[in-house]
Design a protein. Structure first.
Lengths: 165, 152
């Protein structure tokens, strides 16, 4: 009968508890260390993470500067928890940009505005200007003052911009 | 003239004239495009090192954005500063001076209003992740022309 080797040991690899990983993710976010965040991110078994922990991890990824991981976590979390609204919102906002379509017309005012700025840059340094199709509408020392002068901007085609020094 | 591949397939659908001037306290000139975000026409710097579109908070106020549709309490590092703000999904149009304008849904970061004072008069930025990553784009520095098209 073979003697039992009582000294032999079996090593069991247990997954790192998510609480420990979360501490690492938080430290990486605080340090804005994308690389450290990704190291910790890759050690987690995300299939077993709760929905609130997913949302926490997405926010930490954004703070760490791990934008790709933030998107992946949001999409994976949203797929795992389709009824969890916060994750659905995260997945929608962080999704790849989606081209909606092309409008079959050029906007002539773009070139006219650019040409006006090129020609008049030196004369209006440090001021805010409002332009429409290459015509100067008004000038001010601040954005708020300019908006007060020209009124509503939305949908008007008025370009307001600072002429930097 | 809009750029095409050798087989005639268009590379870009439109082009626009950009401004090549310093922005904010920067001395170096930047590529400044006119784009429309949620109906507001604004100048924004092309910054392929930046994430998302970052909209100057003063101009974002003019958009009447709905905070309920945004991710709040987001903290991001922008030019070495930790900035708090909201992430939105907004319509953004690259306006063509030749060819076709192109509209996409992009991820846009808007610093919170309490950051307006710190933000100063920094411009808006057009970043790679969340915006340019799905576009073909090219620059002709001899004519200050920015070409754009949808990546298939």
């Amino acid at each position: 009968m073979a003697a039992l080797n009582t000294k032999s040991r079996v090593t069991v690899h247990r997954p790192t508890p998510f609480g420990e990983i979360l501490v690492q993710l938080e430290a990486a976010a605080e340090a804005q260390d994308e690389s450290a965040f990704l190291v910790a991110y890759r050690t987690a078994n995300w299939q077993s993470i709760s929905a609130p922990d997913f949302t926490r991890a997405v926010r930490l990824a954004l703070t760490a500067g791990a934008y790709g991981a933030a998107r992946s976590l949001a999409i994976e979390g949203a797929a795992l928890y389709p009824k969890y609204i916060e994750l659905q919102k995260m997945a929608h906002i962080l999704a790849s940009p989606e081209v909606k379509g092309a409008a079959n017309q050029a906007t002539l005012g773009v070139k006219a505005n650019r040409d006006w700025l090129k020609s008049n840059w030196d004369s209006y340094r440090n001021r805010w200007v409002a332009l429409r199709e290459g015509e100067l509408l008004d000038v001010a020392d601040s954005l708020d003052e300019l908006v007060e002068k020209v009124g509503e901007l939305k949908g008007t085609g008025i370009l307001v911009t600072k002429v930097h020094a | 003239m809009i750029l095409s591949f050798a087989d005639g397939e268009p590379f870009a659908v439109g082009s626009t004239d950009y401004l090549y001037r310093p922005a904010a306290e920067d001395i170096s000139p930047r590529i400044i495009l006119q784009v429309e975000i949620e109906g507001i026409l604004l100048n924004a710097i092309v910054d392929t090192g930046a994430p998302y579109v970052v909209c100057a908070p003063g101009l974002a106020r003019q958009m009447s954005l709905q905070p309920d549709f945004a991710l709040d309490r987001i903290q991001m590092a922008i030019r070495g500063l930790k900035v708090r703000g909201h992430l939105h999904r907004l319509n953004m149009t690259f306006l063509a001076s030749q060819g076709e304008s192109l509209t996409l849904e992009a991820t846009v970061f808007v610093p919170d209003e309490e950051w307006e004072a710190n933000w100063g008069e920094q411009p808006s930025f057009i970043g790679l992740s969340g915006c340019l990553e799905r576009l073909r784009f090219a620059v002709d520095p001899t004519t200050d022309t920015f070409y754009f098209g949808a990546a298939q």
